[in-house]
Design a protein around this ligand. Structure first.
Ligand code: PLP
Ligand code: LYS
Length: 414
């Protein structure tokens, strides 16, 4: 069920009118629906059923403390890629024992921070990282729980910038090296081998790449068992796609059902790291039209939101639906929806059929994932407010940045 619907011709988020929210907090703003976040998380959790598992939400998709807290209250685990994300999870009340730490460039400090916090597992991505983690754990007189992230060399069929499971990508350990490295990890005194891990890319809309990756890693698990290395968990990563436009990604039920057939008869705990599938369609980006402008037969709607607030259209040519908050009757025209940033690539959408006037509010859909988390202060634009609705209530979950925050921590020469 969609929680962003028109009721009496005005766009609502759950039971709140978006125009009221915009009037109260100003624009641009990000708006999240608690009910949608919870529904998406439960969809994964229920789909896996009674098989031992952890749903470790990928914090990078949306790391607002209120979002993390809503998920932590459901019992979610978390997939992190930095010490900053770990700190956020802890601040939001997340359980460190349900945290997995991914990423190719963990620093020694981040390793120590995560060891002290008592995380579930490090997803190690290279031989060099393995040796470093063993050293850091040794200095702390601890044993680091690890899995190795294997790069299964499957084509995820997604945008090249968000494909991660091909040999040419920087992520994970090559299949040919995997066995040797597991044996090395098994022999190192300050590491405890727990699992295997993969993550082949993001916004996948087909099941086959996931299934191919699982097949390859299960074969590896069998080889390892013959060598006395017991694997307790299988982390399938994240990557399940969402509908931005006409895509028809598998429902978590079908995704889980297909994967579970591969694990029948095995004593493996499953770990899932969904980010986008939980957060993307739980959020909107709300922006106001500042001016209309016509240039050589082209219509521009210049809005107060920009690429620094929501970079996906500029960075990946990503298409996100743009809809009016209070639709006008009458003729539509094709508009490019552009922001105030001084870059030609600053657009939220191109060639959109709309009937808009200056002052109107527009909502960019599917903006709950990789929206605010990828925002910057480019052009010295303060980062926008974030609001969460919960039924007929709404809460400011991050204040709009103030101008003085733009140069916080900067210093003049004496
Ligand atoms: C290691 C890892 N896990 C999980 C995710 C979450 O991916 P998605 O948002 O596509 O579910 C990512 C990002 O792609 C990732 O790099
Ligand atoms: N930022 C990307 C997804 C990256 C996934 C990171 N592992 C997007 O918006 O589509």
């Amino acid at each position: 069920m969609d929680h962003f619907l028109y009721k009496d011709d005005v766009l609502c988020a759950e039971d709140c009118q978006i125009a009221d929210i915009a009037a109260q907090y100003g624009t641009p703003l990000y708006l999240y629906s608690r009910a949608t976040l919870e529904r998406h998380w439960h969809a994964f959790d229920k789909a896996v059923g009674s098989v031992p598992h952890m749903i470790c939400y990928a914090v990078k998709a949306n790391s607002n403390l209120a979002v993390l807290n809503v998920l932590a209250r459901l019992g979610s685990g978390f997939d992190i890629v930095s010490g900053g994300e770990l700190a956020r999870v802890l601040e939001a009340g997340g359980d460190p024992a349900k945290v997995v730490f991914s990423g190719v460039g963990k620093t020694r400090d981040e390793m120590a921070q995560a060891l002290r916090a008592g995380i579930h597992c490090f997803n190690v991505e290279s031989a060099a990282e393995l040796e470093t983690l063993n050293e850091v754990a040794g200095e702390l007189d601890m044993q680091a729980p690890i899995s190795l992230r294997i790069n299964p060399d499957v084509d995820a069929g997604t945008h090249p910038y968000i494909s991660t499971g091909l040999k040419e990508n920087k992520f994970g350990i090559a299949m040919e090296e995997a066995e040797g490295l597991f044996l090395r990890a098994h022999a190192l005194p300050h590491l405890k081998v727990k699992g295997v891990d993969c993550h082949i890319g993001s916004q996948l809309t087909e099941l086959n790449p996931f299934l191919d990756a699982v097949d390859r890693l299960l074969a590896l698990i069998d080889t390892l068992a013959e060598q006395g290395v017991v694997i307790e968990h299988f982390d399938v990563g994240g990557g399940l796609g969402v509908t931005y436009d006409e895509e028809t990604p598998p429902h978590p039920d079908d995704y889980a059902k297909a994967l579970l057939t591969k694990f029948e008869g095995r004593q493996l705990t499953l770990i899932f790291e969904p980010g986008r599938a939980i957060a993307a369609n739980a959020g909107l980006f709300v922006t106001q039209v500042l001016y209309l402008k016509e240039n050589s037969d082209k219509n521009f709607a210049i809005v107060d939101g920009a690429m620094n607030d929501l970079i996906r259209p500029s960075l990946y040519s990503a298409w996100q639906k743009i809809i009016p908050v209070s639709p006008r009757a009458g003729e539509t025209r094709a508009f490019d929806i552009v922001g105030p940033v001084c870059e030609t690539g600053d657009f939220l959408g191109k060639n959109r059929q709309l009937n808009v006037q200056a002052g109107d509010l527009l909502a960019v859909r599917s903006a709950g994932a990789y929206g605010f988390t990828m925002a910057s202060n480019y052009n010295s634009r303060p980062r926008v407010a974030e609001v969460m609705v919960d039924g007929d209530k709404h809460y400011l979950v991050r204040e709009r940045e103030k101008l003085v925050q733009l140069w916080q921590g900067e210093h003049l020469l004496p």
